[in-house]
Design a protein around this ligand. Structure first.
Ligand SMILES: Nc1ncnc2c1ncn2[C@@H]1O[C@H](COP(=O)(O)OP(=O)(O)OP(=O)(O)O)[C@@H](O)[C@H]1O
Length: 231
């Protein structure tokens, strides 16, 4: 794989809090255009890894070869309430060109004509659409998603899955999605990783098995005994 095809390459990453080792020699490579989902039990270190890749937290060892400022979308939209939508998207490029790019990005996420509207007038799903527009307007090589759809209702979540797949296909960033939702991972990722013991413990290509089989394998990997309906 040539370096131009790689969104991020992580080698032997280590991170601890006091005596507690959270990331323990983790290796990970994400290609541009590849959608990777990261699952793992609560507290296993998913957010710690994402924040390290985002450059938000230091690491104790290892190497991250990737952009210094990748785009990040969090569970909360983090829009500025005092700025109209186009400024929220254009952050830092508040010129005529920045406005034009922001308008185009808002159109892409289904909010055409809303550029002068305010964050307070948006639903949760619409706010996350603006957060996605803000992330993609700079054409990032790496897009980090920390449970961005977790607070949305089920139907809105499905619509966001369709939208994010379309946006990633068009813009081709490498994506790391941290999620608790096995079905979400199976629905949108090209590759699903399970984190355990500070490392990547398992990796599944989503086309390597049917969605149902893969879902069952993942639930087993995550220590879920069985599903109520499937039992
Ligand atoms: N700032 C911090 N100081 C001390 N310990 C921390 C800090 N941040 C996280 N931890 C610990 O590191 C471990 C990993 O936390 P992290 O938030 O990365 O897990 P996670 O897999 O994202 O969990 P969840 O799925 O519940 O969000 C946990 O044991 C947590 O308590």
């Amino acid at each position: 794989m040539s370096s131009t095809e790689i969104a991020v390459a992580v080698r032997n990453l280590r991170r601890r809090y006091g005596d507690r080792v959270v990331i323990n020699g983790l290796d990970l490579t994400i290609r541009k255009g590849e959608f990777v989902a990261l699952l793992g039990e609560s507290g296993c270190g998913k957010t710690t890894l994402l924040r390290a890749l985002a450059g938000l937290d230091p690491v104790d060892g290892g190497h991250i070869d990737g952009p210094t400022q990748p785009a990040v979308v969090f569970q909360e939209h983090r829009l500025l309430p005092w700025a109209p939508l186009w400024q929220n998207v254009a952050l830092g490029m508040e010129t005529a060109e920045g406005r034009a790019k922001a308008e185009a990005a808002l159109q892409e996420v289904g909010l055409a004509g809303r550029e002068d509207d305010w964050p307070r007038n948006l639903s949760g799903g619409q706010s996350q659409r603006v957060a996605l527009a803000r992330a993609l307007v700079r054409e990032p090589r790496l897009l980090l998603l920390d449970e961005p759809f977790a607070a949305l209702d089920a139907l809105t979540r499905i619509k966001m899955h369709v939208l994010i797949r379309k946006l990633v296909a068009r813009h081709q960033p490498g994506v790391l999605l941290v999620t608790h939702d096995v079905d979400e991972a199976v629905a949108i990722a090209d590759r699903i990783l399970v984190m355990r013991g500070g490392e990547i413990a398992a990796s599944y290509l989503t086309d390597a098995a049917s969605a149902t089989t893969l879902r069952e394998q993942l639930l087993k990997e995550l220590g879920v005994e069985s599903d109520s309906r499937a039992a």
